[in-house]
Ligand binder design. Structure first.
Ligand code: NAD
Length: 453
């Protein structure tokens, strides 16, 4: 099939590359000329494991191309996936101006039937507005709208895209359903390169859920809000654990073994960030409000999450008292491991607060330093965790990259001015850390008297 992807960011580039990988001709469009220039010159604008290799494979086999011309994109395919950003506005609502703009362009340039698929995360009823936009543009060609929410996770995006738990499509016509069903056949029946298969997936066909457009749109917001709720729930439990002397890691482990609950998203600590959960939660609260429902449950999820960086700062203060002129070493800047994405990362709030307190900051991240440098030019960016530790009054861990789990802690201790680690991701065992002579503060676990210097 010929497919056009409009918006070649984290989702668009992965979607386009994976559709090319399963045998389609894909043209990826973006209005960021710099990004398209990089891609046309075989350079990848984002860090995502395995992506570079797969892009190169598919461009060299001439199944994947890039352009900054929406007109060219619209004319070269029958199926158009919209993957542009839907960032939050100041009031928390999703900003759909890029979606609208792209739809106007599609209506203007389309000379024959198109299936326009929303893959960007959008509030329920966006499909209705897209159809309305097509109507207002007076287009006479047939345009079908469908919703196909994306559930990939940054850091494992390719494996997630090609081995999904389910594929959801919201459609209004049989034609749209048939096109999407055919497109997804190799993924549904797991006919993909063995090196791209998820070893933990079973061999059953991937469930292909067909709904109306509104339900598909709502499914995405419902999923992300539910996962965010799980994270804030365990964080609330962590705060209680600290007060009563319990261990949240043990509580989460036992809870997770209950099949009705499941072990995922029960990791206490600094909370969630990234381009999906915070904005999708806000947008879902707003859209519910618009339709007369006060989603107080999700407001509390958001409140608990917004508190996490402040709690971390409190823990640093409990260890160091005054932060002015102290040097704080930060390990991890991306919102989660295996990505360079810093959008809505807790590190942004933590750095801002530390700078307000007058602390000096040294930092290291395996992938995200280039992106964050522009926002915080006065931070001293180092080449590895040991350079960060050298001469720092305390070390804080904000992202659970594997590299940090395997640190030589004795060396770290010898380099720090004071043996203090504040761990926002609970990656070490508090007893071991105490034995090594660290003052180790984490979330929901370290409650013993050895906290005191
Ligand atoms: P992104 O910012 O990385 O990519 C969006 C791209 O769209 C950018 O490259 C931008 O230049 C381009 N763009 C914006 N307006 C355009 C226009 N008018 N014409 C052409 N290109 C345009 O964002 P992303 O992380 O890929 O997210 C895209 C959507 O997918 C969002 O709605 C997001 O919520 C959703 N989503 C993201 C993830 C994720 O993990 N990042 C997962 C699932 C769903």
């Amino acid at each position: 099939m010929n497919i056009t992807i409009i918006g070649t960011g984290y989702v668009g580039l992965v979607t386009g590359t994976c559709f090319a990988e399963i045998g389609n001709q894909v043209l990826c469009v973006d209005n960021d000329k710099y990004k398209i220039d990089m891609l046309q010159n075989n350079r990848i604008p984002i860090y995502e494991p395995g992506l570079e290799k797969l892009v190169h494979k598919n461009t060299s086999q001439k199944r994947l191309r890039f352009t900054s011309s929406v007109k060219e994109g619209v004319n070269s395919s029958e199926i158009i996936f919209i993957c542009v950003g839907t960032p939050p506005r100041k009031d928390g609502e999703a900003d759909l101006s890029s979606v609208e703009k792209v739809c106007q362009q599609i209506a203007r340039f389309a000379k024959s039937y198109k299936l326009v698929v929303e893959k960007s995360t959008v509030p329920v009823q966006t499909g209705i507005w897209i159809k309305q936009t097509f109507k207002m543009c007076n287009t006479h060609v047939g345009l079908d709208v469908a919703s196909n929410p994306e559930f990939l996770r940054e850091g494992s995006a390719i494996i997630d895209f090609l081995n999904p738990d389910r594929i959801v499509i919201g459609v209004e016509t049989e034609r749209a359903e048939n096109i999407l069903r055919e497109l997804y056949q190799p993924i549904i029946y797991r006919k993909i390169d063995p090196s791209l298969q998820n070893p933990s997936s079973n061999s059953e066909p991937v469930p292909f859920i067909v709904t109306d457009i509104q339900s598909a749109e709502l499914i995405k917001h419902a999923c992300n809000s539910f996962l965010a709720t799980k994270i804030s729930f365990i964080n609330a439990i962590a705060d209680l654990c600290e007060k009563v002397g319990a261990d949240v890691e043990k509580v989460a482990q036992a809870m997770g073994l209950d099949k009705r609950i499941g072990k995922h998203f029960l990791k206490a600590g600094l909370g969630f960030g990234g381009f999906c959960f915070p904005k999708d939660l806000q947008a879902f609260i707003k859209i519910a409000e618009k339709f007369g429902y006060d989603f107080a449950l999700l407001k509390e999820v958001e409140r608990i999450n917004n508190q996490r960086p402040l709690l971390l700062i409190e823990k640093i203060k409990q260890a160091l008292w005054i932060l002015k002129d102290k040097t704080i070493g930060i390990l991890g800047l991306s919102f989660k491991p295996n990505t360079d994405d810093i959008r809505f990362a807790p590190s942004l709030e933590v750095i801002k607060r530390l700078q307000e307190e007058g602390a000096k900051i040294k930092a290291y991240d395996p992938a995200a330093m280039e992106k964050i440098k522009k926002l915080f030019p006065s931070v001293s960016y180092e080449n590895n965790p040991y350079e960060v530790a050298k001469g720092s009054d305390a070390l804080i861990i904000l992202t659970d990259w594997d590299e940090f789990k395997n640190l030589n802690l004795k060396k770290i201790k010898s380099l720090l001015i004071r043996p203090i680690i504040v761990d926002g991701r609970n990656i070490f065992d508090p007893n071991e850390m105490n034995k090594l002579g660290f003052l180790y503060k984490c979330f929901g676990r370290n409650v013993t008297s050895s906290d005191f210097l």
